[in-house]
Design a protein. Structure first.
Length: 292
């Protein structure tokens, strides 16, 4: 057990967890049964999606883009992102459950495989390219709006992770630790909460984006490059604070979590986009074409 000083213990965040709100139904429904369970995590994630879409739409409007097309792109990114995040989380973190679901598809409605954030990001990127293929519109200007809005939604998504504490870190004496973190076996200890740290970092990214946008208009695609460049390294470092596999934490591959390997890939994507827009800065004619 950690031997932290009593004064430092006063700085820890008290343990809490928002539990589901169960609403009795007057009738029974398939899968749901006779109770509608409203999950705090789901409510916050849905709020984040709506806020992120709204911010992306306002960004598009300010930059002369079609707001409806931006909303359409958000839909593609979110839907395919959630599907990808769900199954990739099963592949990397819940493999036995995924295999069981694949063997017995009916269990898909009763088994929760979780959500992988990077699985969602990569699926969202795929969704953007599918949107480009189907609509024939230039992707970069609209993806730029989506990337500007994403941190606003991410703030609520990670708040959802924090209030249910599903990203346990290592035991620590750090003052932002959550006291008596209900993870592993008693006696419980103060632990890092990665959901909290990413929630705080999302606020930093939002402040950065708003500050940059207020100064002057950036080249098209700027936020598509900047977002992974500022997020991926921070996520890579934060994952060193996660609980170890022996404690029941995330699995490691060659010493790194799946998210850390994904961070490397995402950083490379950001650098590649940065190089692309530096060499192919859109002309006025290209921007006008994007608005059609």
């Amino acid at each position: 057990m950690l031997g932290f000083a009593p004064m430092n213990a006063l700085l820890f965040i008290p343990w809490f967890r928002l539990e589901p709100w169960d609403i009795p139904l007057p009738f029974s429904l398939p899968v749901l049964g006779d109770t509608l369970s409203i999950q705090p995590f789901g409510v916050l994630v849905a709020t984040g999606v709506l806020l992120g879409a709204w911010v992306a739409g306002r960004f598009a409007e300010r930059n002369g883009l079609d707001v409806s097309a931006t909303g359409d792109l958000v839909t593609y990114a979110v839907v395919i992102g959630f599907i990808s995040g769900y199954f990739l989380n099963g592949l990397f973190y819940e493999r036995e459950s995924l295999i069981r679901v694949l063997q017995h598809p009916s269990e898909l409605f009763t088994t929760w495989l979780g959500l992988s954030s990077y699985g969602g990001f990569f699926g969202g990127i795929l969704g953007c390219f599918i949107w480009r293929w189907r609509t024939k519109r230039p992707l970069l200007p609209y993806a730029n709006a989506v990337c500007f809005g994403l941190p606003f939604g991410w703030l609520f998504g990670r708040t959802g992770c924090f209030v249910v504490h599903d990203h346990a870190g290592k035991a620590t004496e750090f003052s932002l630790a959550v006291a008596n973190y209900r993870f592993g076996v008693p006696p419980y200890q103060p632990r890092h909460d990665l959901g909290l740290y990413e929630m705080i970092y999302a606020l930093f990214i939002i402040a950065l984006f708003v500050s940059l946008e207020r100064k002057h208009r950036r080249v098209t695609g700027f936020y598509c490059a900047l977002l992974p460049i500022v997020y991926a390294p921070a996520r890579f470092l934060l994952d060193f604070l996660r609980a170890t596999p022996l404690e029941g934490g995330d699995i490691r591959y060659a010493g790194l979590t799946p998210a850390q390997w994904s961070s490397i890939v995402m950083l490379l994507i950001g650098v590649a986009v940065w190089r692309y827009i530096a060499r192919n800065e859109p002309t006025t004619g290209q921007l006008q074409e994007a608005n059609r």
